[in-house]
Design a protein. Structure first.
Length: 271
C-alpha cells in the first residue's frame, strides 16, 4: 500500500464546496488529512437570476453546500471544516489562513481551485471589468495565497516536506477561444506556477498545477456530453474524482521531487 504522507497534514482547498473542489476535499479527507473547504457565499440558482454575465454553473454553491459537504465527512471532529472568504478582495489571504489555522493548525498544502468564469467572454465583448474579475480570482488570488503560505513556513524549512501548492488550471490555457478572460487568466496561473516553483524551491516548497480537460460537474447537457466525448481520445469526459486524484498525487510524498510542472488530466484532450 502506498503511504501518501498526507495523514494529519492541514490542507486548504479554495472553492472546495462543489464540483472538482468538493471531490478534492473528499480525496484529501480519505487520506487522513485535516481539510478546510473554502467557499464563497454567493447566491444560488434556485429561483434567482445570475449576476450579469455570469453562468450559474460556474457560481460556487455557497455556505450551505460547504456545510453539507463537511457534515458528510464527519465535521470538525473528523478534522474537516468550512471557511468562507471572497478571494476577489485583495487582503483576503491572511484572514483566510488565520481562520483555517485557528481551527486546524498550520496549513501545509494549498490547493488553488476556486475560479471565476463569465459568459460572454469573447474578444469582441471584453471589458476591463470582466478581465479584472477573472484575473483577481484566477491569477492574483492564487499568487497571494501562495505567498501567504510561504510567509508562514520559515520555521519548517528544515522539514522534509515543509509545504506544497497545487494550482488548478485548464488544458485550454494555451489557447481558449471565446473564453478570453478565463483562458488567459489560467495561462497566467500556469506561468506563476513555474516562477513560484523556482522562487520557493530553496525553502522546500513545491508548486505544481493540474490542467483538467472537459469535466462533468453537472453543467453538461446530454448534447454537450456527446460532443465532448468525440473530442477526448480516451472516449469519455472527466469526473471530478479524476482531477482530485491527480491533485492528491502532486501533494503526496510520492511527488516529493516534482515541482514547476503542469500535469494535463484530460484523457488526451487538447494534446
Amino acid at each position: 500500500m502506498i503511504d501518501t504522507g498526507l495523514a494529519g497534514r492541514v490542507v486548504l482547498v479554495t472553492g472546495g464546496n462543489g464540483g472538482i473542489g468538493a471531490a478534492i476535499v473528499r480525496a484529501f479527507a480519505a487520506q487522513g488529512a485535516r481539510v478546510a473547504a473554502h467557499y464563497l457565499d454567493a447566491p444560488g440558482p434556485d429561483g434567482a437570476e445570475p449576476p450579469a454575465g455570469v453562468r450559474w454553473e460556474h457560481v460556487t454553491p455557497g455556505a450551505r453546500a460547504a456545510e453539507d459537504l463537511v457534515a458528510g465527512l464527519g465535521g470538525a471532529e473528523a478534522g474537516v471544516v468550512a471557511v468562507g472568504a471572497d478571494l476577489a478582495v485583495p487582503d483576503a489571504a491572511p484572514a483566510l489562513f488565520d481562520a483555517v489555522e485557528a481551527r486546524l493548525g498550520r496549513v501545509a498544502v494549498l490547493v488553488n481551485n476556486a475560479a471565476h468564469c463569465e459568459a460572454p467572454d469573447t474578444i469582441d465583448e471584453l471589458t476591463a471589468d470582466s478581465l479584472g474579475r477573472h484575473y483577481r480570482v484566477n491569477a492574483i488570488a492564487p499568487a497571494l495565497l501562495t505567498a501567504e503560505l510561504a510567509r508562514r513556513v520559515p520555521d519548517r524549512r528544515g522539514a522534509a516536506e515543509p509545504g506544497c501548492v497545487v494550482n488548478v488550471s485548464t488544458d485550454a490555457a494555451r489557447a481558449f477561444p471565446r473564453q478570453i478572460g478565463y483562458g488567459t487568466s489560467k495561462a497566467a496561473l500556469e506561468a506563476f506556477t513555474r516562477g513560484a516553483a523556482l522562487d520557493l524551491a530553496a525553502a522546500g516548497i513545491r508548486v505544481n498545477a493540474v490542467a483538467p480537460g472537459p469535466v462533468q460537474t453537472g453543467w453538461m447537457t446530454e448534447e454537450v456530453l456527446d460532443h465532448a466525448r468525440t473530442l477526448v481520445p480516451m472516449g469519455r469526459v472527466g469526473e471530478p474524482a479524476d482531477i482530485a486524484d491527480a491533485v492528491v498525487f502532486l501533494a503526496s510524498h510520492q511527488a516529493r521531487w516534482i515541482t514547476g510542472q503542469v500535469l494535463q488530466v484530460a484523457g488526451g484532450h487538447a494534446l
